[in-house]
Design a protein around this ligand. Structure first.
Ligand SMILES: *[C@@H]1O[C@H](CO)[C@@H](O)[C@H](O)[C@H]1NC(C)=O
Length: 237
């Protein structure tokens, strides 16, 4: 009876191994149910050289800032029929490799995704660069208060725990989308999470307050808003 059993066991191991090996390793979406381990997108390092190349083609902050004052004359929006051809935030966000972790997070939540997809309402997306998210001491869905209340093990286990993690993650993403664009210096911006932010210029750099979060670059300017790349994250508890 031993040999058939052994064969069966070996076959099973082989199947499991093959399954693991063929699981797509480049999936960008963090898996739900969430595990406490870092999901793959948080581990994958972007291809540096490519990122640098992409960055070269972006307007420099200096160029962008030079268009901020005075406000440009009112360009009448008579190009409504072109709207379908004009790229919008949801088209350009997934294409920038510097921020593909954040971009994949925005697609986890219907309310956020539809906001970025809405050609008729402008947003300023404050996308933390991949490394800023990867270097966080805690994952974006972890909240110290949850650990205090529900314990290390219980915080994100079971249906309720996963719900908590999902809500935290949603809030993290919402905190990085300011409603309205153009967003001018000193003007109070409201995020989808309800926080109030403003930005200030210090020489040729931009800092978002509160938090003094440095803006690396203005990556995209499209018909329904802008994508800014941040060197840090907003409102991280
Ligand atoms: C939305 O953004 C576009 C592109 O920057 C701008 O031309 C337009 O005036 C903005 N609309 C509003 C309501 O601010």
């Amino acid at each position: 009876m031993q040999p058939p059993l052994l064969t069966a066991a070996l076959t099973l191991i082989l199947i499991i191994t093959l399954t693991l090996l063929t699981t797509p390793s480049t999936a960008l979406t963090p898996p739900f149910p969430l595990r406490k381990r870092l999901p793959r997108p948080f581990l994958s390092t972007p291809h540096l050289r490519h990122d640098l190349h992409l960055q070269d083609t972006q307007p420099t902050l200096k160029q962008w800032l030079s268009h901020q004052n005075p406000p440009m004359g009112n360009k009448m929006s008579s190009n409504n029929q072109n709207q379908n051809q004009n790229p919008i935030i949801s088209d350009v966000l997934p294409k920038n490799r510097l921020i593909n972790i954040f971009a994949s997070l925005t697609r986890q939540f219907d309310s956020i995704e539809s906001k970025l997809n809405d050609a008729t309402s402008n947003v300023t997306v404050l996308a933390p660069r991949n490394s800023a998210i990867q270097e966080l001491p805690r994952k974006p869905w972890e909240n110290p208060e949850d650990y205090e209340r529900f314990g290390e093990v219980g915080a994100y286990e079971g249906d309720e725990g996963q719900e908590r993690a999902k809500r935290n993650l949603e809030r993290f993403v919402q905190a990085h989308v300011v409603t309205g664009s153009p967003w001018r210096e000193g003007e109070e911006g409201r995020t989808l999470a309800g926080d109030r932010l403003r930005w200030e210029r210090v020489e040729d750099k931009i800092y978002i307050q509160p938090g003094n979060v440095e803006v690396d670059s203005i990556a995209e300017q499209v018909s329904n808003g802008e994508v800014w790349i941040l060197n840090g994250v907003i409102n991280y508890r």
